[in-house]
Design a protein around this ligand. Structure first.
Ligand code: HMG
Length: 445
C-alpha cells in the first residue's frame, strides 16, 4: 500500500502577543499562577488589524509552497478547516487560492476546494479527506493543501478569554511523505453535545467546565475504538502524544487518563502495585459513586509516581511548548502540538526516524479522533525549515488597553478603527471590502 502522510508543514502566528501572567491576570484581578500553573499558558497570539483567517492561512501556504518549490498545478485539492469563517457560502479556500494566485505563476482552477467544519477536529478531518482522495487514486499525482486557520476569540469577560489565540497551520498531504506517514487505522468518539457552539454568532457560547469533561469522555471513546481496530497499545509504543491543546492544563488532565487506560493489565500496573495499589475494577464495587471515587484516588496517586512523571515529561510535555506561548488555535491546535513535539526531538538531536506518534484530535460538539503517525526519513529537514521561533520572537507586545482595542477591531459588532501595530513585510494583508461585501486582499512586497 502506498505511504500517504504529511509531506510538509508551515505555521503562521498572529503578529501580536498578550502576556497572560504579566498583563492579562492583573487586569482581570487573577493570580498569575492561574495562567502559568493552572491553565499552563504564558501568552496568546492575536491577529494585527490587517490579519485574518485568510491572510494567516495564505501566508502559511505561501511559505510552504515556496519552500517545497511547488506551483499551483502541483496542488489538486485545497481544504480549509476553520470555525471562524465569515461567509456562509463562499469557502475560505477560494479566498486563499485567490491570494496565492497573486504571487505564483498559473492558477488553481482544476483544484477541488472546500471548507471543513467540526470545531477543532476539522483540521484532522481535512487531512483524512486528503488521505482518502489520494488512496482512492483520484489525485492525478497531485498533492493536497490542508490549511487550519482560526481567530479563536471569546466574548470579553467569558472564562474562555484566558485561552484565546490566533494562527494558521498549512500542511501538504502527499504520497511518500517527508514528515510523517498516517496510519490507516483510526478511532472515533462522537456524540451530540452542547458544550461549545456558535449558533449564528461570532463568539462561542461555552459551558467551560462541561467542555472539559466532554473532551475527556470523547477522547476515551476514541482510544477504545482505535484499540478495537489496531489492537492493544502500550504506553512505551509512542515517542510523542500530540493532543488537541485548548490550553496545556487540559492535556495534563487527558494524559493521565490515557496512561491509566493503556497501562491497565500491563506490567506497568504490576510494577506500580506496591506503590499505589492496583487499578480499581468496576465489578469490585457495589455502586458507581464508590467506583468513581476509587478511580479518582488511583488517578491522583498515579500522577504522582516517578514512572508516570517520566513518561509525561518524555511523551507529552514537549508537545505543549508552542501552545504555552500562543493559546488555542482551534483547528490548528493539534497540528501545532505535533510540530512542537517534533521540534523538541530535533533540538535534542534525537534520531527519531521510525518513531510513532499517538495523535488525539478533538472538536467540541463533540468528536475525538485517534490515529497514529510514523516519523519519516526527511523529518529533520522539514522541522529545521520552520521559522516559528523567529515569528514568536517578533510579535508586538500588547498593553491591556491595546488588547481591548484589538479585540474590538476584530469584533463584528464594534465599529472600531484601530491603527495597525506592526508593518507588513512580504505577506498577504486584508485590503478592505468589495462591492458585494467580499473581503479583498493584496500581497505587500
Ligand atoms: P476558569 O473558571 O476561568 O478557571 O475556567 P478555573 O478556576 O477552573 O482555573 C483553571 C485552572 O487553574 C484550575 O486547574 C485551577 O485549579 C487553577 P484544575 O483544577 O482544573 O487543574 N488555578 C490555579 N493554579 C495555581 N495557582 C492559582 C490558581 N488559580 C486557579 N492561583 C476553563 C477554565 C477551561 C473552563 C475556561 O478557560 C474556559 O471556559 N475555556 C474555554 C473552553 C475550553 O477551552 N474547554 C476545553 C475543552 S473543550 C475543547 O478543547 C474544544 C475547544 O478547543 C473548542 C473547539 O473544539 O472548537 C475549546
Amino acid at each position: 500500500m502506498t505511504s500517504v502522510g504529511i509531506d510538509a508543514i508551515e505555521i503562521h502566528t498572529g503578529k501580536l502577543r498578550l502576556d497572560l501572567p504579566e498583563t492579562f491576570a492583573p487586569a482581570m484581578g487573577d493570580a498569575p499562577e492561574k495562567y502559568t500553573k493552572g491553565l499552563g499558558l504564558h501568552a496568546s497570539s492575536f491577529p494585527d488589524t490587517y490579519e485574518d483567517i485568510v491572510t494567516m492561512g495564505a501566508n502559511a501556504a505561501h511559505r510552504l509552497m515556496t519552500r517545497k518549490g511547488l506551483e499551483p498545478d502541483d496542488i489538486g485539492r485545497i481544504d480549509v478547516a476553520t470555525e471562524s469563517a465569515f461567509d456562509q457560502s463562499k469557502p475560505v479556500s477560494t479566498y486563499i487560492a485567490g491570494c496565492l494566485e497573486q504571487v505564483f505563476e498559473g492558477d488553481f482552477h482544476h483544484a477541488n476546494k472546500g471548507e471543513r467544519k467540526f470545531a477543532c477536529v476539522a483540521g484532522t478531518q481535512s487531512i483524512d479527506d486528503a488521505y482518502n482522495w489520494i488512496r482512492a487514486g483520484r489525485h492525478r499525482d497531485r498533492a493536497a493543501l490542508v490549511i487550519a486557520t482560526d481567530t479563536a476569540l471569546y466574548a470579553r469577560d467569558d472564562p474562555g478569554e484566558a485561552t484565546q489565540g490566533a494562527g494558521a497551520v498549512a500542511m501538504l498531504i502527499d504520497e511518500d511523505p517527508d514528515l510523517v506517514e498516517l496510519s490507516n487505522e483510526q478511532g472515533f468518539g462522537s456524540a451530540d453535545e452542547t458544550d461549545f457552539l456558535k449558533p449564528q454568532q461570532q463568539f462561542p457560547s461555552v459551558d467551560g467546565k462541561r467542555s472539559v469533561n466532554v473532551y475527556l469522555a470523547r477522547m476515551r471513546e476514541a482510544l477504545i475504538d482505535y484499540q478495537r481496530v489496531a489492537g492493544t497499545i502500550h504506553a512505551e509504543d509512542f515517542r510523542l502524544g500530540p493532543f488537541h491543546t485548548p490550553f496545556p492544563g487540559m492535556v495534563r488532565k487527558a494524559a493521565v487518563l490515557a496512561y491509566r487506560h493503556i497501562t491497565r493489565d500491563t506490567e506497568i500496573e504490576d510494577e506500580l502495585e506496591a506503590e499505589i495499589g492496583r487499578q480499581p475494577r468496576h465489578e469490585e464495587f457495589d455502586d458507581d459513586e464508590a467506583y468513581m471515587e476509587a478511580l479518582s484516588e488511583y488517578t491522583d496517586a498515579l500522577q504522582g509516581t516517578e514512572r508516570y512523571k517520566t513518561w509525561y515529561a518524555r511523551t507529552i510535555d514537549p508537545t505543549l511548548d508552542i501552545s504555552r506561548h500562543v493559546g488555542n488555535w482551534y483547528t490548528g491546535s493539534v497540528h501545532v502540538a505535533r510540530v512542537s513535539g517534533l521540534k523538541s526531538l530535533a533540538e535534542d538531536g534525537e534520531d527519531a526516524v521510525g518513531e510513532r506518534l499517538l495523535v488525539g484530535s478533538y472538536g467540541s460538539g463533540a468528536q475525538a479522533e485517534i490515529h497514529v503517525e510514523t516519523i519519516q526519513e526527511n523529518w529533520l529537514e522539514e522541522i529545521d525549515a520552520l521559522n516559528i521561533d523567529e515569528q514568536l520572537e517578533a510579535r508586538y507586545e500588547l498593553t491591556f488597553e491595546e488588547y481591548e482595542d484589538v479585540h474590538d477591531a476584530h469584533n463584528y459588532d464594534e465599529d472600531a478603527v484601530v491603527e495597525e501595530f506592526t508593518v507588513p513585510d512580504s505577506e498577504f494583508v486584508f485590503d478592505g471590502w468589495g462591492r458585494m461585501g467580499e473581503r479583498k486582499y493584496r500581497f505587500v512586497e
